[in-house]
Design a protein around this ligand. Structure first.
Ligand code: NAD
Ligand code: AHE
Ligand code: ZN
Length: 375
């Protein structure tokens, strides 16, 4: 198949909010600096649902969504040296070129090399898509487009991993689990003994709890409007549960009262701007730090009284938990293989690509954390 167009199945989002359609899609060969990957397993993340909903200012249609996956390199374009056909890989929506201003700064995991292209659904080389259906181009998504049996990614957007790792599990290390762990370890740098609040107990929030427990947090307060989330959350490290619906006072006040003045660290893992405000305002005066992880819709803005920051609270955000993707995803895979981090526990459902609309439906129900699709 090397050098040839591959026709395979992919779930195409033709329009916002319209059911995805599994189509025969033509996938062009990788050009210079590109890698064609046979995707074997992909999970769904709420960010896929967010873009599909039409609320993502970068959302383009028709496109192939999907960014939490694992597969095997099928072929590589000219000049690609770090992976070869047969390598087991995880596509990375956050690239790492190691050469740009961002990568060299040592201050961020964001990479500038291909972001301009991935934000508009094309490849960097010729600003075109490698996907088409009957000659009609279909946009890429987040530089990954994993809801396809074959995808083309930039070489800076693919992490080579241990071939012994089970791809049907480690696909989760492409987004949600690293995001939560890294928000705690890299962005907030939670110290042992800290009091932590986690808003939203989906995959990302539970991974925050897992990371906080590993960091030695003394209390991990889980906040969710769905009380069913608590039993499961305990197994990820949450020690106390607060349902805002059971309180008349604003949730930030409830937390300040519970913690003698506020928490040391809080994490917003929902994507709701009023909760982001509450997450900042429940932080302790003088040092409390709040990390925004959730993605809010186009047009939404955060606000608070500047006095909150003047008096020492810190507002931060994180993308992919601050992990440098190509360098650290293989390390996370190794940690999973050594049973130092959970992955299996976040997988609540398994379906196939043909059932992708059902998978999105499950994702919106309260029971599903991650649904893994076999391709
Ligand atoms: P999820 O939908 O599984 O979890 C959200 C949880 O929040 C649910 O349990 C829900 O009951 C709860 N919730 C909803 N409204 C609430 C409210 N007002 N108060 C308290 N709890 C409330 O989602 P997820 O997959 O865990 O993702 C969480 C967010 O993180 C999404 O916005 C997603 O797009 C984003 N995300 C960001 C990054 C990043 O790199 N920054 C990476 C992955 C996901
Ligand atoms: N196009 C969206 C961007 C949303 C966003 O912030 N995405 C996160 C990853 S979410 C993964 O589930 C991210 O990595 N952001 C940094 C970046 O470079 O996109 C919007 O809302 O505009
Ligand atoms: Zn995601």
């Amino acid at each position: 198949t090397q050098g040839q167009v591959i026709t395979c199945k992919a779930a195409v989002a033709w329009e916002a909010n319209k059911p995805l359609v599994v189509e025969d899609v033509q996938v062009a060969p990788p050009q210079a600096g590109e890698v064609r990957v046979k995707v074997l397993f992909t999970a769904l993340c709420h960010t896929d649902a967010y873009t599909w909903s039409g609320k993502d200012p970068e959302g383009l249609f028709p496109c192939i969504l999907g960014h939490e996956a694992a597969g095997i390199v099928e072929s590589v374009g000219e000049g690609v040296t770090e992976v070869q056909p047969g390598d087991h890989v995880i596509p990375c929506y956050q690239a790492e070129c190691r050469e740009c201003k961002f990568c060299k700064s040592g201050k961020t995991n964001l990479c500038g090399k291909v972001r301009a292209a991935t934000g508009v659904g094309v490849m960097m080389n010729d600003r075109k898509s490698r996907f088409s259906v009957n000659g009609k181009p279909i946009y890429h998504f987040m530089g990954t487009s994993t809801f396809s049996q074959y995808t083309v990614v930039h070489d800076v957007s693919v992490a080579k991993i241990d071939p012994k790792a089970p791809l049907e599990k480690v696909c989760l290390l492409g987004c949600g689990v690293p995001t939560g762990l890294g928000a705690v370890w890299n962005t907030a740098k939670v110290e042992s003994g800290s009091i932590v609040a986690v808003f939203g107990l989906g995959t990302v929030g539970l991974a925050v709890a897992e990371g906080a427990k590993a960091a030695g947090a003394s209390r991990i307060i889980g906040i969710d409007i769905d009380s069913k989330k608590f039993d499961r959350a305990k197994t990820f490290g949450v020690t106390e549960f607060v349902n805002p619906k059971e309180h008349d006072k604003p949730i930030q006040q409830v937390l300040v009262d519970l913690t003698d003045g506020g928490v040391d660290y809080s994490f917003e893992c929902i994507g709701n701007v009023s909760v982001m405000r509450a997450a900042l305002e429940c932080c302790h005066k003088g040092w409390g730090t709040s990390v925004i992880v959730g993605v809010a819709a186009s047009g939404q803005e955060i606000c608070t009284r500047p006095f909150q920051l003047v008096t020492g609270r810190v507002w931060k955000g994180t993308a992919f938990g601050g992990f440098k993707s190509r360098s650290q995803v293989p390390w996370l895979v190794d940690k999973y293989m050594k049973k130092e981090i959970k992955v299996d526990e976040y997988i609540t459902h398994n379906l196939s690509l043909g059932e992708i609309n059902e998978a999105f439906h499950l994702l919106h129900g309260g029971d599903c954390l991650r649904c893994v699709l076999s391709m």
